[in-house]
Design a protein around this ligand. Structure first.
Ligand code: SAM
Ligand code: SF4
Length: 320
C-alpha cells in the first residue's frame, strides 16, 4: 500500500501522544490547576500503540515520535521505545519532552533504541522558566539535556515557543545555542483550546523573530524547508529554524499524522477531523482492519492551509 495522500504528500511520520498528563503546566498549553486528566482506561495501552504502529509501518510510516503531555511521566516508556524500534519498517523512534525527567531516563532510552530527543526550552532564565512552566526548574532541564547529549541522543533539537511580552527579547540568546551543536527551532504560538488564560497578544510572527535574531547575530542564510521548519544557517555555525504554523502553515510539506492520547487518529493538527482507533482495537479489530482505518485517515487528510486553529483540544492531548 502506498503512503501518498490525495494531494500527493508522502506520509511517513507518526506522532503519538502517549499521555495527556504532565508535570508542568505551561501557560500556553494548560490551565494552572484542575486539568481534567483522562482516566487511565481511556488512554491507549502500550500493546495497543504497538499494534497501531505495526499497521502504520505497513502503510509506509518510517518515523515515530513519542510526545504528550509529558511522555516521561508515563511509566516504562523505554519498554515502549524498544518494542517500537523493533517493528520492521520503523527506522527512527524519537521523543519530544520538557526535559525535566530526562537526566534519569536518557541512558535507558538510548539503550532501548531511541534515536534523538527534542527538548522544549522557551527561556534561559530560571525565574522566567518557572513563570512559563509554572512547575518546572530550568536546572533540571539543563541536566536532562546534558544527559541526553552524553547518552548520544543527538543532534538535540531545542524548541522555543515565542510569546510577546514574555520571552521575545531572548530569542538571540536562544538562537546562539545553535553554535554549541544544538538545533534551535522557534515555534509560533497557536491559540489552541483547553488552556484557560491564553492571551491573543502573545502571537509573534516568525519574520519578526528572524529579524531579532539577525539583528543580534548577523544575517541568516536559507538552507531550505525541513518538515514544518524554514531552516537557516547562523553566522559562526549552527542551524536555526522557524515553524510558522500560524502565519504560513506548512501544509505543502506536511508528512505526518497524529495519534491522540485517547486513541484517535488525527490526520491534521489544524483540523478536528479524527478517526477512532481505540474503540475498534478494544472490539477485536484485526491488523487488516487497523491498516484500513489508518489508510482512511491518509485518504481524508485535509489541506488546512488558512484554517483557524481549532479549539476542540489542547496541544497536550493532540501531541504537539
Ligand atoms: N511535554 C512535551 C514538551 O513540552 O516538549 C511534549 C508535548 S508539548 C505539547 C510539545 C510541544 O508543543 C512543546 O514544544 C510545546 O512548547 C508546544 N506547544 C504547546 N502548546 C502550544 C501552543 N499553543 N502553540 C505552539 N506550541 C505549543
Ligand atoms: Fe506539559 Fe509540554 Fe504542555 Fe508544557 S508544553 S504543559 S511541558 S505538555
Amino acid at each position: 500500500m502506498d503512503n501518498l495522500d490525495r494531494f500527493g504528500r508522502k506520509i511517513s511520520y507518526l506522532r503519538i501522544s502517549v499521555t495527556d498528563r504532565c508535570n508542568f503546566r505551561c501557560v500556553y498549553c494548560m490551565p494552572p490547576r484542575g486539568v481534567p486528566w483522562r482516566p487511565h482506561g481511556e488512554i491507549l495501552r502500550y500493546e495497543e500503540i504497538v499494534r497501531v504502529v505495526r499497521a502504520a509501518a505497513t502503510l509506509g510510516i518510517r518515523k515515530v515520535r513519542l510526545t504528550g503531555g509529558e511522555p516521561l511521566v508515563r511509566r516504562g516508556l523505554a519498554d515502549l521505545v524498544r518494542e517500537l524500534s523493533e517493528i520492521p519498517g520503523i527506522e527512527e523512534v524519537v521523543l519530544t519532552t520538557n526535559g525535566a525527567l530526562l537526566s534519569e531516563n536518557a541512558e535507558a532510552l538510548a539503550a532501548a533504541g531511541l534515536s534523538r530527543v527534542n527538548v522544549s526550552l522557551d527561556t534561559l532564565r530560571p525565574e522566567r522558566f518557572r513563570e512559563i512552566t509554572r512547575l518546572g526548574r530550568l536546572e533540571d532541564v539543563w541536566e536532562g539535556i546534558l544527559a541526553a547529549r552524553k547518552a548520544g541522543l543527538v543532534p538535540i533539537k531545542l524548541n522555543a515557543v515565542v510569546l510577546r511580552g514574555v520571552n521575545e527579547g531572548e530569542v538571540a540568546e536562544i538562537a546562539a545555542l545553535a553554535r554549541e551543536g544544538f538545533k534551535v527551532r522557534f515555534i509560533e504560538w497557536l491559540p489552541l483550546g483547553g488552556v484557560g488564560e491564553a492571551d491573543p497578544g502573545w502571537f509573534v510572527p516568525w519574520e519578526e523573530v528572524r529579524a531579532r535574531v539577525e539583528g543580534a547575530l548577523g544575517p541568516l542564510r536559507p538552507l531550505g524547508v525541513q518538515g514544518p521548519a524554514r531552516v537557516f544557517s547562523l553566522p559562526g555555525g549552527g542551524e536555526v529554524g522557524f515553524i510558522a504554523a500560524r502565519s504560513a502553515p506548512f501544509c505543502p510539506s506536511c508528512n505526518r499524522m497524529r495519534i491522540t492520547a485517547d486513541g484517535k487518529l488525527r490526520p491534521c493538527l489544524l483540523s478536528p477531523l479524527e478517526i477512532d482507533l481505540k474503540g475498534p482495537l478494544r472490539a477485536g479489530a484485526t491488523q487488516d482492519e487497523l491498516v484500513r482505518l489508518l489508510a482512511e485517515g491518509l485518504r481524508t487528510k485535509p489541506w488546512a492551509h488558512g484554517a483557524e486553529a481549532p479549539n476542540d483540544r489542547g496541544m497536550s492531548e493532540i501531541g504537539g
